[in-house]
Design a protein around this ligand. Structure first.
Ligand code: ATP
Length: 577
């Protein structure tokens, strides 16, 4: 496929503010893509040259890209930067300058462009900036204006077509299986591999049956199994209709551990590779796990070896950094509480029961230096569960995660096979809500100097792959945080409502759904002005007295925010208390 053809589709995708039209455009595009190109097309749509979990970033500075444009189109870099100052988008600048240049060209293929971008990403060492600049400008020289516009946005990470993975899956289903509703059929394979490009390739080559046969492999993160909420031990045992597997709930961050021979890779809750951040965990894995290949699920927490105390989340989170890693690993060593195993010595354990996986876990991890296996306890007594819960709180932990002993590991699933039981402070909801910022509303008075008076926030409708509004929030942010939000939001603001946002309210400024915040509210109420869970004339859900607790984007993507389904359940739980 020619890159110029793909760029025309990017152009259409960028202009629509309707999700259904996004799917139609994508599906039309996919009908023309051959199997050898489909994976590359999938990555490029998301502004990448590899699946999300591969830590391959092109990461060119805006100045370097400006220099490439200047070189390609025979103008001064200063002129490019001046135009950029006016337009605020290097893509538009490149398009304009190319437009003035000589005749149209456009024989570059998707494959050719993709490979050069990969090469740019992989160029390291001396003279990197110059080499990258040269490669990009040589691509730009051979491009028509629309292609140039969309290409330059990729290396600076400004490619914002706003297309979520479920929307790509919808379009796969529509174009290859004849109905977008068949997305569900593709989700199993996707949840086990987290690689849209791979799903595309297998679907094109082997059809739906091929995708259904995909299983977990070391090196591809599995989408995490998640937990539902229930109010107390008795309700949990009633729901389980039998015994329950009880584990402590640690408040750190999730680490999925992949080991193959002496190579270990780590992935976060939102499937980002975090291998380089945690050398202490890597060492722990190599020392304590003798199996040749294994995938483990764990929660990592900072631990003070002197006082033998688990540190609060605010401390643990200091370990998420890109610099000074070795020193931090010494001063804030982590322990990984390993609560599950999904793969062992070449065999997937996904379909085995939790009970049997826990046995494999215990026999695979030796000692408790860094990795601490969590065998948990099986009980059918509400009193015993309450005791364990109280004990967890005494230890400074968050509560319990209670699991169905006979359940499989369900990649990407959130259901009652896992239930979280947390401490609840009176007058407030039992749990916080992760919201995504959709826009901001200009303020009057003191706050107007920071440019935002309130944030319009939403949650995620997983079925529709849409963001729906749930609240306006202005409380809980310090002046410093307002400035920070404003700075970050300005980089991702767009001129029209993003296609995947469904809102009745119109904020002063729309932004791409990217920034996730944790919000505490007193209550979930019904409201006709919000679209979360709104169904025809029936009102949606809204938050009463919302306030910001913290920013969550280090470990959550927009699609990982609280879902409408969860919100609805939390709403109903309020009446059971
Ligand atoms: P979620 O991950 O469910 O979207 P969240 O990030 O807000 O929500 P919580 O709802 O507080 O987190 O709890 C779920 C998280 O608890 C898991 O994702 C995992 O990181 C962590 N966790 C701690 N201990 C365990 C355990 N024993 N079993 C499973 N998860 C655990």
């Amino acid at each position: 496929m020619l890159f110029s053809r793909l760029a025309q589709y990017f152009e259409k995708l960028e202009q629509t503010s309707s999700r259904l039209i996004l799917i139609d455009i994508l599906s039309d595009l996919f009908k023309q893509v051959e199997s050898k190109d489909i994976a590359m097309v999938c990555y490029l749509i998301q502004g990448r040259v590899a699946p999300f979990y591969e830590a391959i970033e092109i990461g060119m500075a805006e100045k370097t890209v400006a220099a490439s444009i200047a070189r390609a189109y025979g103008v001064d870099r200063e002129e490019v930067l001046k135009e950029y100052g006016k337009a605020g988008d290097l893509g538009i600048v490149a398009q304009g300058l190319r437009g003035k240049g000589k005749g149209e060209r456009g024989k570059l293929t998707v494959e050719g462009v993709f490979e050069t971008l990969r090469e740019i990403a992989n160029t390291k060492g001396e003279g990197t900036v110059e080499k990258r600049q040269q490669m990009l400008s040589s691509l730009l020289e051979q491009m028509d204006p629309i292609s140039a516009k969309h290409l330059v946005r990729i290396p600076i990470g400004a490619s914002r077509l706003g297309i979520g993975d479920p929307t790509v899956l919808d379009a796969f289903a529509q174009s290859r299986l004849g109905d977008r509703k068949l997305r569900k059929e593709l989700e199993g394979g996707y949840n086990k591999t987290s690689d849209l490009g791979l799903i595309g390739e297998v679907l094109w080559q082997k059809g739906l049956e091929g995708v259904k046969k995909l299983d977990v492999t070391v090196g591809r993160p599995i989408r995490s199994q998640l937990a539902e909420r229930l109010p107390d031990p008795k309700t949990i045992l009633e729901k389980f209709e039998g015994s329950a597997h009880v584990q402590y709930k640690y408040d750190g961050f999730r680490v999925q551990i992949h080991k193959q021979g002496d190579k270990v890779r780590l992935f976060s809750r939102n499937l980002e590779e975090t291998t380089l951040m945690f050398p202490d965990i890597i060492k722990g894995v190599l020392d304590q796990v003798s199996a040749d290949s294994v995938i483990l699920d764990s929660e990592a927490l900072a631990y003070n070896p002197e006082s033998e105390e688990f540190l609060p989340f605010q401390e643990t989170t200091k370990r998420r950094r890109k610099h000074g890693i070795a020193e931090m690993a010494k001063s804030l060593p982590l322990k990984a509480f390993v609560f599950d195993i999904m793969y062992l010595n070449g065999k997937s354990l996904m379909d085995e029961t939790l009970e049997s996986r826990v046995k494999s876990l215990e026999s695979s991890v030796k000692g408790d230096e860094v990795l601490i296996p969590q065998p948990g306890e099986i009980t059918d007594q509400a009193d015993r569960m309450q005791e364990l819960f109280d004990d967890a709180l005494t230890k400074g932990l968050e509560g319990l995660i209670v699991k169905r002993p006979d359940s499989k590991y369900e990649a990407g699933g959130r259901n009652f096979n896992w239930v979280k039981l947390k401490k609840h402070s009176s007058g407030e909801l039992q749990d916080t809500i992760d919201c995504v910022i959709l826009g901001y509303i200009f303020g009057k008075g003191k706050r107007s100097s920071f440019g935002a008076g309130a944030l319009l926030v939403g949650v995620y409708d997983k079925d529709k792959d849409e963001f729906v509004t749930v609240s306006k929030i202005g409380t809980g942010l310090t002046d410093e945080e307002w400035r920070e939000v404003h700075k970050r939001a300005d980089k991702i603001k767009i001129s029209h409502k993003p296609a995947r946002v469904n809102s009745i309210m119109e904020p002063s400024v729309w932004i791409e759904p990217e920034i996730v915040i944790e919000v505490l509210a007193d209550e979930i109420t019904k409201s006709p002005t919000h679209t979360a869970g709104k169904n025809g004339d029936e009102p949606g859900y809204a938050l009463r007295f919302p306030r910001l607790v913290r920013f969550r984007e280090a470990d959550k993507k927009a699609e990982d925010s609280t879902t409408v389904k969860e919100l609805k359940e939390m709403y109903e739980l309020q009446f059971k208390k």
